[in-house]
Design a binder for this molecule. Sequence first.
Ligand code: ADP
Ligand code: MG
Length: 482
Amino acid sequence: MLGRRSRQAPSILSATVRQYAQANPATATGSSAGSGSLAQTESGDAEEAGATERVVNLQLLERNLLESKLMDAASGTHRGDAAGLTIDPGIPLDELVVRVKRDYQQRFGRAPQWLAAAPGRVNLIGEHTDYNEGFVLPMAIERYVVVAAAEVTGAAGEAEVGLHSCLLNQSERCQVGASDFRKLAPWARYVYGVMVGCGEQGLAPPALEVLIDSTVPLGGGLSSSAALEVATATLLEAVTGKSLDPIRKALLCQKAEHHYAGMPCGIMDQFTSVLGQASHLLLLDCRSTEVQLVPLADPDVEVLIINTNVKHELTGSEYPLRRSQCETAARTMGVRSLRDASPALLAEFSASLDPVLQCRARHVIGEIERTEMAAQCLAAGQWARLGELMYASHASLRDDYEVSCQELDLLVELAQKHGAGGKVIGSRMTGGGFGGCTVSLVRKNHLEAVAAAIGTDYRQQTGIAPSLFTTRPAQGAQIVRG
Ligand code: ADP
Ligand code: MG
């Protein structure tokens, strides 16, 4: 613990969350969110926040409410008394495909000609290392974006593409390569960017009507954005009958996110959505793009994902800021990226490197090492050591990289408390941070009890119902036939 950052105890929540809980009784616990619930006990904090932050928080509140509905829609969960206490079984891919075909028929009066699916991902360890050319250890999850399309014949001029997102209940139209993408809704820019990139690779689409549905929660750190991009690229492979080299495909999708969605993400998300393998994690070297498959086939170990159902990122600038801090730290130490730095090198620069940059670099250097060790532990079945690495990763993200939040910290603390005695192997935040999900490895015979205990305590202390689900490592993107 560095003591540099004045971290509040997990029992104190920010104004954002308090507002969220009060304005969203369906996700709070009604009267049980009363005494003892942080949702109501910390009402004095609002004065501490500046006026600007309050405005942003109100905007965030609206977004949280919308995303909460969307997360429910994606998971098919109906929030009630049991919300946040039970594990959501989710919707299998074949059922989602049936739903998409039905919705397509209803909306366009005919069956789709092509369908493609791409999974979200969860990262077991190796956070914020991908854009530092380090290692990550993700797996694809059994939550998917499915896209369906049919050709519009007789369309004049430029091929026009119609897009409809079932989750957002929004439609857009564009001409691939000829529209001003800034005029499109933000969600449509991901699709547009991928279509432009595919066009550059000789997979330009004809005029299409496209329908998009999904079971990946939006903005939850499970990479709905990459799933959307990769599903779109896979759809165009089906439409054009041409295939993309998998790595080129992942890079093309990453480029779309950089250029058209304005998010300078690393390669992990798109890579995992393309290359995911059933029963395996991917140890991905983000410098060489080499992948080693690491089996996760122990039937006694479950991957439990818990969504805090909050998102605190105020401006969206934190991620690019971390990225540029890492680049500055690497430059100062005279290395190409933090992949090439070591604890000893960092110590050499302790006098000349800004303290914040030292913390950022320490996280990345340590996390790259932890990730390689975690892959070895997983392969050797050294669960206790793997758990220690996961908890250490969380502490580093919280204290050195400062991308956690109180809700994520609370979930990890609860996993540690209720998982004592080996019931929970390890737990940490996953994804970019500031909300979203934790990932935990849990012993199968304790899964239900541990999940219920964490869910109950989290809901009681925050007034927010979490979403819980388990997943096996899933196969990457696929064209859906028949
Ligand atoms: P994450 O990738 O962690 O879910 P991001 O903020 O990177 O979070 O991406 C979420 C964005 O991706 C959404 O706000 C939306 O613009 C887009 N998106 C993802 N899935 C869909 C979908 N099914 N329909 C429309 N837009 C989607
Ligand atoms: Mg994303």
